[in-house]
Design a protein around this ligand. Structure first.
Ligand SMILES: [Zn+2]
Length: 75
């Protein structure tokens, strides 16, 4: 028997999912989640990844714009 690291729901053995989480002390450890919490975590991670990718794309296009602009200004 074990409990979910997020909602503390008591789980039967082998019925949970394992995810690497970051603890308050800054260390990474593997924690057991119930399927609901693991799903929610995965969705959050996906959102974060989408954000980072989006920001990178915006930053790159801005950089390209600035580079093109300075090129034009020096013309
Ligand atoms: Zn849970």
């Amino acid at each position: 028997m074990w409990e979910c690291a997020l909602c503390r729901k008591i789980m039967r053995k082998n019925s949970g999912l394992h995810r690497t989480i970051r603890t308050k002390s800054g260390h990474y450890r593997v924690a057991g989640f119930c399927s609901q919490c693991a799903g929610r975590r995965d969705a959050e991670e996906m959102k974060k990844t989408a954000w980072t990718t989006g920001l990178l794309a915006v930053g790159l296009s801005l950089l390209t714009g600035v580079a093109a602009y300075s090129f034009m200004a020096n013309w």
